[in-house]
Design a protein. Structure first.
Length: 441
């Protein structure tokens, strides 16, 4: 070969190399993005044991994450890269609302993951900064005056001497479920919540859950979803359990709350569509606002109007050995206490931002949230572990309620309300997607 021919060959090879390297990288398939997302969430668990609420994906992914123990900076970099790799929506994608929601969901969940990683690395955020970054929402700020009307009404219902919270706590002693009757009361409440849910929601035939009674926990109840449409529900018996908690926990943790939510995601998104990202539930993420808000609103969906009060009076009170004649008074009182629910957010905001110490946060909860000192102190331990997570219960409920009602699911349209509620449960919609033209303003 002549030197001229050799030179031409070298030029041709170089041009071919440039042509190959100049080709744009092919976008990653969404299922690859989803798999890498799950593995990053499992990587975070190695630094934060509370991070994952449920996982029922491939067991070897969990083992690999434990073996490798990826450093926090590496997790953050990988999550940042993965966000950039989420492909743009095609015209075909845009025709399927769930596919559009899936793209937004994965992006926002990964952003929340990066925030949690930074917090584990020592980053400090305010209560509102943290809740917005983790849960895609921030709770309104309420001064003491916001709670005044409800507290005055409670005061009128409970005349007497001494602090209002003490009078409230003394009155509530009449409504504690005796320990030897607890299981039968909860079993009956669960059966009723399940029957009401099944009348409107076609659940998988294999769905079920078991209940355990535990102690020494910072929460009152917890659903541990285990996959295959099964849950383990734990009820904390550290403190007295009042009669209203039976329906609360049966609905919130079970039907149509967390158990139904996870079962529908598994059925419609994991099994029907093969979206592996829904085999894992990172607790400190936007998904939690939807989960907790829907679980709380689900109580109202399952027991509209006075139906809950009637069921408790006619069925649960006798089972608990309590006086049914007191049921309506207790229900009215609890409705007033619900109006001061946002006081818990203010206590958490002050506690986490450093304007309250534990003693001050406990006092605030007693004065404005109607919690006994013992229960209030337990709540501050919840703040220690779960921090701004508290917004997911009350703000979450308000956002879910506003979204469902904006789509016609009002109290006067119960069928539509169930339909819209279930549609939300079986979708990857974000908290920010509950606002706007079709949601709460």
């Amino acid at each position: 070969m002549t030197s001229a021919n050799l030179a031409r060959l070298v030029v041709v090879v170089l041009l071919a190399t440039v042509a190959v390297t100049a080709q744009p990288a092919q976008p990653l398939p969404m299922n690859t993005i989803a798999e890498r997302y799950v593995k990053l969430v499992l990587a975070v668990v190695q630094h934060d044991a509370d991070y994952v609420d449920a996982f029922y994906g491939p067991a070897d992914w969990k083992s690999e994450a434990k073996r490798r123990k990826m450093p926090l900076p590496e997790i953050d970099t990988a999550a940042e890269r993965l966000i950039a790799d989420i492909p743009s929506l095609s015209d075909v994608d845009r025709r399927d609302e769930l596919v559009v929601l899936r793209h937004d969901y994965l992006r926002r969940q990964l952003e929340a993951l990066r925030t949690r990683v930074r917090m584990l690395g020592g980053a400090t955020l305010t209560f509102d900064e943290e809740s917005q970054a983790l849960y895609d929402a921030s709770a309104p700020v309420h001064p003491e005056s916001y709670f005044a009307d409800a507290l005055r009404e409670i005061d009128r219902m409970l005349p007497g001497e001494g602090p209002l919270v003490d009078r409230y706590d003394a009155f509530r002693q009449q409504f504690i479920i005796p320990g030897d009757r607890l299981a039968r009361v909860f079993d009956r409440a669960i059966a009723e919540c399940r029957a009401r849910t099944l009348a409107h929601v076609p659940l998988p035939a294999a769905e079920s859950f078991t209940v355990e009674y535990v102690t020494n926990k910072p929460w009152s109840g917890y659903n541990w979803y285990q996959g295959n449409y099964r849950s383990l529900i734990q009820v904390n018996t550290d403190l007295p359990i009042y009669i209203d908690r039976a329906v609360d926990l049966a609905c919130h943790e079970g039907y149509p709350g967390h158990h139904v939510y996870n079962a529908l995601l598994e059925q419609h998104l994991v099994r029907d569509r093969g979206w592996v990202e829904f085999t894992i539930y990172p607790l400190f993420s936007p998904q939690s606002l939807i989960a907790e808000g829907a679980a709380n609103y689900g109580i109202e969906v399952a027991f509209p109007g006075d139906e809950r009060s009637a069921f408790e009076r006619d069925v649960l009170y006798p089972l608990a050995g309590l006086d049914p004649a007191r049921a309506s008074t207790y229900a009215r009182l609890q409705a007033l206490v619900d109006k001061v629910a946002y006081a818990g957010n203010e206590a958490a905001r002050g506690y986490l931002d450093g304007t309250f110490d534990r003693k001050q946060a406990t006092a605030w909860l007693s004065q404005y949230a109607m919690m006994s000192p013992v229960r209030a102190e337990q709540r501050t331990r919840f703040f220690d572990t779960y921090r701004s997570y508290v917004i997911n219960y009350n703000l979450g409920k308000d956002l879910v309620k506003g979204y469902v009602e904006s789509r016609g699911g009002t109290a006067t349209q119960p069928v539509t309300r169930w339909e819209e509620f279930v549609r939300l449960l079986a979708s990857p919609r974000l908290p920010s997607g509950l606002r706007g033209p079709a949601g709460l303003r």
